[in-house]
Design a protein. Structure first.
Length: 274
């Protein structure tokens, strides 16, 4: 682009270059400016002697190209944020909507899909997956995060036991990150999935208080929660009750009680070899 500008500037300063040929003239529908399409011969640099075509008069195409590059850069940035900050169990790395086995959970699958379709960072809504072990709650949740990342939203999927481990690690003087930095990253994301709440083992104390703090910091933003705990479990202690109250704010509950996914796979394999 700089080379073309230099050549065209030479035209107006009287430099001896090959004549330019006007190929077309039209009015840009975007900025309403007159555009000249010119063919010219390059007189300097490694491309000297070659012909090129330039549009003179408006920058609409250049601006559109820059905006497209910015959109691509934003998608790459959101993907990096997801991969850099998410704490995902290895078994969920390849989880997507496409490889989710719906079985008895067709309705849960449809609600998760609809949540992605209707997602609006300016109109936050939460999802609350509750049910027995191995029914696909985490699979659907990580699928939601991945699809929203593709749409340009910043998302983080985090196992709450691993989150607490990571925060504890910041208390070490040699830690690369500080607690405030972790919490700020979670607070700023468009969507955070808090996976496996209640699997920490503690039903009260520092862990529960820290989870409440992080969830509370995200008030006014979209979150997805998964848990194996029942509603009565959350009422067993004050700390759990506070967390449950926060999770249920502006949340759509999705109950997924059923056969453990791994057991279903095992039974399926058994039938195949029967």
């Amino acid at each position: 682009m700089n080379l073309i500008k230099q050549v065209l500037e030479n035209t107006t300063t009287g430099s001896k270059i090959a004549p330019q040929k006007i190929l077309e003239r039209y009015c840009c529908m975007g900025c309403r400016k007159e555009v000249w399409v010119k063919e010219f011969t390059i007189t300097i640099g490694p491309l000297k002697g070659q012909t090129d075509i330039a549009k003179i008069g408006c920058d609409c195409e250049l601006i559109a190209k820059v905006k497209q590059e910015q959109r691509v850069a934003k998608k790459e940035r959101t993907r990096f944020i997801f991969e850099e900050n998410s704490l995902i169990n290895q078994s969920l790395r390849d989880a997507t909507f496409e490889n989710f086995e719906r079985g008895e959970f067709v309705q849960a699958y449809q609600k998760a899909r609809k949540y992605v379709e209707n997602f609006d960072s300016k109109n936050p809504r939460n999802l609350f997956f509750q049910g027995s072990f191995g029914t696909g709650k985490s699979h659907l949740s990580v699928s939601i995060a991945k699809e929203l990342t593709k749409k340009g939203y910043t998302t983080i999927f985090i196992s709450t036991p691993k989150l607490l481990t990571k925060i504890r690690g910041t208390y070490n003087k040699s830690s690369e990150f500080g607690e405030e930095q972790i919490i700020r990253t979670l607070t700023n994301a468009d969507l955070v999935v808090f996976d496996d709440i209640g699997a920490e083992g503690d039903i009260s104390g520092w862990g529960m208080q820290k989870i409440f703090e992080v969830i509370d910091q995200r008030a006014g933003k979209s979150s997805v929660f998964t848990t194996n705990l029942s509603s009565s479990d959350f009422e067993s202690t004050r700390d759990l009750n506070r967390i449950f109250s926060r999770m249920m704010m502006n949340s759509e509950p999705i109950i997924m009680n059923g056969t453990d996914y791994r057991r279903r796979q095992f039974m399926k394999g058994s039938r195949d070899y029967a």
